[in-house]
Design a protein around this ligand. Structure first.
Ligand code: CP
Ligand code: NVA
Length: 307
């Protein structure tokens, strides 16, 4: 596995399989209540330029459970807010810390940090990608359905960081990914190209479309995310209008397989991208996703920081 985890694109399928096997072990350890502390004495710095509930708590708790520590660094408290370069900051971090988690706007910032840091850098969400989320989601599907090969994911909504990471994750793992988004809000074109190339090698289907009904036909999983991502708040009114036909509701899920599972990375905006009836239904596995963030990210921490 590479030093950093910035994108699923850089992971090998074997790396992902190893993450999942370690996550199985860590989940069992937690269920049995036994102690397993491979990261004793290790410290993770966690930089957040955007808000977070799940990512912050699961990484911080994950470090403690593995015997290490985590330091929360609100970006406003760091000298780089006053112009210290990312490269210098990365060198300093490398002297004190054993790993860095970063949630920021520009993906390039996470890349720059990783290039200059001697320690692992983990992407906790950028405007472009959210790899830890999608790895945890694929793990959740593997747990529910067993074999993930050929599983059809229908992503309905904004072609954002979560959709982009789905394209990379599904095409790498031999799953089918269909995305329905309005014109102008479709996933990043370069990522779609990368996904199409990987899909050829791995036997995946990849298709971007505008019709949510066609998208969910025969789907095993329907996935959605907010219409207004962090940093896009000023576009809220326009987005509510553009996305109004892209809601995951009872009418839409009827078109999928009877056994369809409903997923959402959370936080959800009920009544916008998803209705309460759907997210609270027995088909919904959104809180399994949340739980598995902890186990999968602990596996990532163990692999990157513990070696
Ligand atoms: N899904 C997710 O990353 O949630 P947070 O924004 O709460 O971290
Ligand atoms: N697309 C959302 C995901 C939040 C976890 C955002 O970037 O705000």
């Amino acid at each position: 596995m590479n030093k950093d985890l910035l994108t699923i694109y850089d992971l090998k399928r074997d790396d992902i399989e190893e993450i999942f096997q370690k996550a199985d072990h860590l989940k069992q350890v937690r269920e049995k209540g036994t102690t397993y502390q491979p990261l004793k004495g290790k410290i993770l710095g966690m930089i957040f330029k955007k808000t977070s509930t799940r990512t912050r708590i699961s990484f911080e708790v994950g470090m403690y459970q593995l015997g290490g520590n985590a330091i929360y660094l609100s970006s406003g408290d760091l000298q780089w807010e006053r112009g210290e370069s990312i490269a210098d900051t990365a060198k300093v971090f490398s002297q004190y810390l054993d790993g860095i988690l970063i949630r920021t706007f520009a993906h390039e910032e996470a890349e720059k940090l990783a290039v200059s840091a001697d320690i692992p850098v983990i992407n906790g969400l950028t405007d472009l990608l959210h790899p830890c989320q999608i790895l945890s989601d694929i793990y959740t599907i593997r747990e529910r359905l067993g074999d993930i090969k050929g599983v059809k994911i229908a992503y309905v909504g904004d072609g954002n960081n979560v959709a982009n990471s789905w394209l990379l994750g599904a095409s790498k793992m031999g799953m089918d990914i269909y995305i329905a988004s309005p014109q102008g809000y479709q996933p990043n074109k370069k990522i779609v190209e990368k996904a199409l190339l990987m899909a050829k090698d791995n036997g995946s289907g990849v298709e971007i479309m505008e019709d949510p009904y066609r998208c969910v036909k025969d789907a095993d999983i329907i996935y959605t995310d907010v219409w207004v991502s962090m940093g896009k708040e000023e576009e809220s009114e326009k987005r509510w209008e553009v996305f109004k036909d892209f809601q995951v509701n009872l009418d839409l899920i009827k078109r999928a397989k009877k056994s369809v599972l409903i997923m959402h990375c959370l936080p959800a905006h009920r009544g916008e991208e998803i209705t309460s009836e759907v997210i609270d239904s027995e088909r919904s596995i959104v809180f399994n996703q949340t739980e598995n963030r902890l186990h999968v990210q602990k596996a990532i921490l163990e692999m990157l920081i513990g070696r």
